[in-house]
Design a protein around this ligand. Structure first.
Ligand SMILES: Cc1cc2nc3c(=O)[nH]c(=O)nc-3n(C[C@H](O)[C@H](O)[C@H](O)COP(=O)(O)OP(=O)(O)OC[C@H]3O[C@@H](n4cnc5c(N)ncnc54)[C@H](O)[C@@H]3O)c2cc1C
Length: 243
């Protein structure tokens, strides 16, 4: 798969809405979107200005792209503090924001069926890719959010199922329920492809669960999105933890 080189986009906020109590949808528009060849799973690296004039990048997956309206939607998990949070909290129609985009090297792979797993930050990408799959291709998603109010509807056709898991009902700080679900769920037959995203240690554990049930590493696209208790680096990626 050939991914396009990212370029600089001057975006503006078109609308802001709450999708769930903890997920804010920010619609962005730009003239550059007229020629954007969207691949589900791609993201944008927003350039967020600090008070001292320096820029920090924060990456958000494109939840939906509507070419005729030149609109892309980002769904941001509202989690506490950080430059991304401050931007999302203050977002209002008309505010400009620049981005390096499109980013990301993960999109729907060539496979007989597809598996998506991760935490709330994985939901936009998982739903975007699931919605892009043909009706006759099966998909399973295992998504861990705070509680049932964080579930989202998705426009899914055919044999596609989402198993929502809730942080509220599990022991604090663990995602064992999600990892166990991925390790032991009945899955469709045939060669699948998995897309794992979210907190770095969760992504590692989910990948290990799939490898231990016999998956090959090349069947798994895994991407750490953030580190618990540690801000992402200025380029928008989680820092590698020293081992
Ligand atoms: C390719 C890619 C795609 C991504 N797509 C999305 C997306 O579609 N939607 C989305 O919401 N996020 C997405 N993320 C994750 C998002 O970029 C990170 O959560 C980022 O850390 C948010 O930046 P911040 O400035 O708010 O917090 P930071 O300054 O990075 O961190 C500040 C503090 O907040 C904590 N923190 C960061 N994120 C979370 C969280 N989600 N929950 C709880 N605590 C957190 C950190 O551990 C740290 O203690 C993506 C990341 C990548 C790399």
């Amino acid at each position: 798969m050939k991914f396009p080189d990212p370029t600089s986009w001057q975006l503006a906020v078109a609308a802001v809405a709450e999708v769930t109590p903890r997920m804010r949808r920010i619609q962005l528009t730009a003239p550059a979107l007229e020629t954007f060849a969207y691949l589900p799973g791609q993201d944008v690296a927003l350039g967020i200005r600090r008070d001292d004039g320096t820029t920090v990048r924060r990456r958000y997956t494109i939840r939906r792209f509507t070419p005729e309206a030149r609109l892309l939607e980002l769904d941001v998990v509202m989690h506490g503090d950080g430059p991304g949070m401050r931007w999302a909290s203050a977002a209002a129609p008309g505010l400009p924001i620049d981005a390096i985009a499109p980013r990301g090297k993960i999109t729907v792979a060539d496979a007989e069926w597809h598996l998506f797993a991760g935490d709330a930050t994985a939901v936009p990408g998982a739903l975007a890719m699931m919605e892009a799959l043909p009706a006759d291709v099966a998909a399973r998603a295992f998504l861990r959010v705070d509680d049932a109010t964080e579930r989202q509807p998705a426009d899914l056709a055919g044999d596609k199922r989402i198993s929502w898991r809730y942080e509220q009902t599990a022991p604090a700080g663990t995602a064992d329920d999600l990892i166990a679900a991925v390790a032991s769920a009945d899955l469709p037959h045939g060669r699948g492809h998995a897309y794992l995203a979210g907190e770095a240690s969760l992504v590692l554990a989910l990948k290990a669960a799939l490898l231990s049930r016999g998956w090959d590493a090349d069947q798994v696209s895994a991407k750490a999105y953030w580190n618990r208790g540690r801000a992402n680096a200025d380029r928008g990626e989680p820092e590698q933890r020293a081992s």
